[in-house]
Design a protein around this ligand. Structure first.
Ligand code: CP
Length: 304
């Protein structure tokens, strides 16, 4: 594996290998080896054109824990604001001898464009592009599920919210389907649902009570207001009544249903605090697993 831009069409063996490697990283960190030297002498660049708390910080921690040097590109203070084209930025940064570029961009397909235009042996890792893919989020989500429920082929997973604009939903579906999850349900208001043809692996619901009934895992998605026209914005109170995960709805799910959310949360819009902070919530475990998954991906792509 040289680049990671999507989980679509990634073989099952590769996904499982990355998940196993993430667990090995977790165990190495848990046994006191907080810093490994697998990437000593390597340089990793965080190139985020959209805001991030979890992904950017965990990539930085992951790279540092592997012994790499990390540069955080500050878009606001970069020559991007003077009109420099993306490819000129890429070639300029490559001239400084980088080993990996971790990129987040609002335009779908940007990471693959960087792969096509790169002039060096730099690895490109997608940290989220438009509504297309967020592969490391997909990996950390299936890692979190697998830790609690290794019986993936017996599971029903419900993904609810703004599926249409969600790169997380797309990467989750690709990973879950590849790993053989029994049933993947997508749920949301018609205006926020993708075309069914895009997701032949999934069943579609508009009624959240129906979609959550019997589910083993509930993945709640944020309304991606930044990708909607003002006219598309739903009324948040009405949205919560129809699509918010509260205690009553969680009781319809299978016993012990895992509650997940990629973050950032909009409390009382897509999830009630009593559920987000409740005993079934795995949200902070997802965040923790993000560091191990990103260590595994960096080690796989850059390890000598
Ligand atoms: N889940 C996720 O991508 O969060 P951030 O936007 O904070 O990185």
């Amino acid at each position: 594996l040289r680049h990671l831009t999507t989980l679509e069409n990634l073989p099952r063996a590769t996904i499982e290998h990355l998940l196993d490697r993430a667990l090995a990283m977790r165990d190495a960190c848990a046994h006191g080896t907080r810093k490994l030297d697998l990437l000593a002498g390597r340089t990793v660049l965080n190139l985020f054109f959209e805001p991030s708390t979890r992904t950017r910080t965990s990539f930085e921690l992951a790279a540092r824990r592997l012994g790499a040097d990390v540069v955080n590109f500050d878009i606001g203070f970069s020559s991007t604001s003077k009109g420099e084209a993306l490819y000129d930025t890429l070639h300029t940064l490559e001239a400084m001898h980088l080993d990996a570029i971790i990129v987040r961009h609002k335009v779908s397909g940007t990471p693959d464009e960087l792969v096509r235009h790169a002039m060096s042996a730099v690895s490109v890792i997608n940290a989220g592009d438009g509504n297309r893919a967020h592969p490391t989020q997909g990996l950390l989500d299936v890692l979190t599920i697998r830790q609690h429920r290794p019986d993936l082929d017996a599971l029903t997973v419900t993904i609810c919210g703004d599926v249409k604009h969600s790169r997380v939903a797309r990467s989750d579906v690709h990973a879950l389907a590849t790993l053989g999850v029994r049933e993947i349900r997508l749920c949301g208001p018609a205006a926020l649902m993708p075309e069914p043809a895009e997701f032949p692996q999934c069943s579609f619901y508009q009624d959240f009570d129906e979609a959550i009934t019997g589910a083993d895992v509930a993945i709640m998605l944020r309304l991606q207001k930044e990708r909607m026209a003002t006219s598309e914005l739903p009324d948040e109170k009405a949205y919560f009544r129809s699509y918010g995960l509260d205690r009553r709805r969680l009781a319809l799910a299978a016993r012990g249903c895992l509650v997940m959310h990629p973050g950032p949360l909009n409390r009382d819009v897509e999830i009630a605090s009593e559920v987000a902070d409740g005993a079934q919530s795995r949200i902070l475990e997802q965040v923790g697993n993000g560091v191990f998954v990103r260590m595994a991906v960096l080690a796989e792509l850059l390890g000598r």
